[in-house]
Design a protein around this ligand. Structure first.
Ligand SMILES: Cc1cc2nc3c(=O)[nH]c(=O)nc-3n(C[C@H](O)[C@H](O)[C@H](O)COP(=O)(O)OP(=O)(O)OC[C@H]3O[C@@H](n4cnc5c(N)ncnc54)[C@H](O)[C@@H]3O)c2cc1C
Length: 395
């Protein structure tokens, strides 16, 4: 692939970075990443405000076909992921913009696309993903939430878990079992959309160990959803799921956030002296900084490769798995490195002794998340082994 950008792309990339830099100045105090978006009312309002700013410039639908208001190029979308990641600015709904929209283009009827895409492009409707259940995580096809057809509606009953942002989201895309008698568990699953305000939907918080509220369990009791809200065909939801999962795993925002953190860490090491010598002169620290820089650029190149493959509609499932594994584990190594360098200061926040406003205290605790969410890294390695390397499938 050719990484060289056209003049028009260079201009757009600069514009996107400039707007994000400006929006970053309006960030509520203590706002970081996904926790910033979902944990507080202030953070959620900031997220919606940023979404409106992007929407009015057409940036939430950049890569969409022109009949839906897009310009049709995936690389344009890459710039927004880079700029929001680098400046830690929200506004791009990971579920609606990054996962559901491309899935609708790949699998939904025209009617569904016309009904649901405009409110994603305008940043007005935010989404959550209701897939995982207490007994269906890695083995997602074991899900048991049932949807029984009654006339023009499904009646849905079951429980979902680890539902990121479900307490804020307006709508959900869910997986439900419509045929419990199918000969394989992957058959008989349907992909369906519903309003989180539908009677029978109850959202309970699952607080993070630092008490942040990002995750939830969601109970569905006789939730009535119109049959017309399914994506793809009834009982064929597994195929739709596979399409969406590959969009879910391309991790460019997180990679750009790490570039920023590396820059900040380099500045810190240049400015901070121990026994009269800047940390930047310590060979062990220089070595680890250089190692992280190498790995970060490798992750960046992998993510660009995915964007290129997506734009040519040639993306293999294991491409996204590879970048997900590599960037997720790099994130954990960076968090570990940051806390090592800061020493005892890395363990405090809300204190005058906290470096980086307590960022590493939080990040260290959260850094392993990427190794579990979006399908664990063990499962991604299985995908790479089967589809990428052609190794035999293990039962
Ligand atoms: C922070 C976070 C956010 C999440 N957000 C959402 C969300 O918004 N919506 C949603 O639907 N879900 C969400 N999830 C759920 C996530 O997708 C699941 O946690 C994940 O798929 C693993 O499922 P599980 O937790 O049931 O673990 P299990 O499937 O029980 O796995 C337990 C361990 O066994 C390993 N294992 C299991 N099977 C195999 C195998 N065949 N080979 C090798 N190792 C194996 C796993 O890798 C893991 O280490 C989120 C999870 C987290 C942690």
């Amino acid at each position: 692939m050719d990484f060289k950008l056209t003049d028009e792309q260079v201009k757009l990339r600069k514009e996107v970075f400039d707007v994000c830099e400006k929006l970053a100045k309006e960030r509520p105090e203590g706002f970081t990443g996904l926790e910033g978006v979902y944990d507080t009312d202030e953070g959620w309002e900031y997220h919606l405000r940023c979404a409106k700013e992007f929407a009015k410039r057409g940036w939430l639908s950049l890569e969409w076909p022109s009949e839906y208001g897009g310009r049709g190029t995936i690389m344009d979308k890459v710039f927004l992921a880079e700029a929001t990641g680098y400046h830690d600015v929200p506004g791009v709904d990971i579920f609606g913009v990054l996962m559901l929209a491309p899935t609708l283009f790949a699998a939904a009827s025209e009617e569904i696309k016309k009904e649901f895409l405009p409110s994603i492009a305008s940043g007005e409707r935010m989404w959550c993903e209701l897939w995982t259940e207490p007994n269906a995580g890695s083995d997602l096809a074991a899900l048991s939430t049932s949807a029984v057809r009654q006339g023009d509606e499904y009646v849905i009953n079951g429980q979902k878990i680890w539902s990121t942002g479900a307490h804020r989201a307006h709508w959900a895309f869910a997986l439900v079992r419509t045929d419990p008698h199918a000969d394989r568990k992957q058959k008989g699953i349907t992909f369906i959309l519903f309003d989180m305000k539908t009677p029978g939907v109850t959202v309970n918080p699952l607080l993070y160990m630092d008490s942040g509220h990002l995750y939830n369990e969601v109970f569905l009791d006789d939730v009535r959803v119109p049959v017309k809200n399914i994506v793809g065909e009834e009982n064929q939801g597994w195929g739709v799921t596979q399409t969406l999962a590959s969009f879910e795993r391309s991790n460019l925002g997180a990679i750009m956030a790490m570039h920023r953190q590396l820059e900040d860490m380099v500045n810190y090491c240049n400015e901070t002296k121990v026994k009269g010598e800047p940390l930047a002169r310590n060979p062990l620290i220089r070595n680890r900084l250089a190692q992280i820089a190498c790995e970060l650029w490798a992750a960046h190149a992998l993510a660009y490769r995915i964007a290129d493959a997506q734009s040519r509609k040639e993306m293999a499932a294991f491409d996204a798995s590879a970048v997900k594994v590599f960037s997720g584990e790099l994130q954990a190594r960076m968090a570990q490195f940051g806390t090592d360098i800061l020493g005892p200061y890395g363990q405090v926040k809300h204190s005058k002794w906290a470096s980086f406003e307590g960022f590493y205290e939080k990040w260290y605790q959260q850094s392993f998340i990427l190794n579990i969410s979006m399908g664990t890294n063990e499962i991604q390695r299985n995908i790479i082994a089967w589809y990428g390397l052609g190794l035999p499938r293990m039962k």
